[in-house]
Design a protein around this ligand. Structure first.
Ligand SMILES: [Zn+2]
Length: 60
């Protein structure tokens, strides 16, 4: 008897079985969406101390 899990992307019920290569996702599409969101998160992290042009004194 296969377990049923919720797809992390769309929350659809997914059968957790060797027959589903995308588990715990319901489809390849949901898997790619989740991976994309993850990469997005990583790229966003280092962007925080950007110099703000127009405020404060110029560097030179
Ligand atoms: Zn899904």
């Amino acid at each position: 008897m296969a377990a049923i899990v919720a797809c992390p992307t769309c929350a659809a019920e997914v059968e957790w079985s060797p027959a589903n290569p995308f588990r715990p996702f319901c489809s390849e599409r949901c898997k790619l969406i989740d991976l994309g969101a993850w990469a997005d998160e990583r790229y966003r992290v280092p962007v925080k101390d950007e110099p703000d042009p127009g405020s404060g004194n110029p560097p030179t």
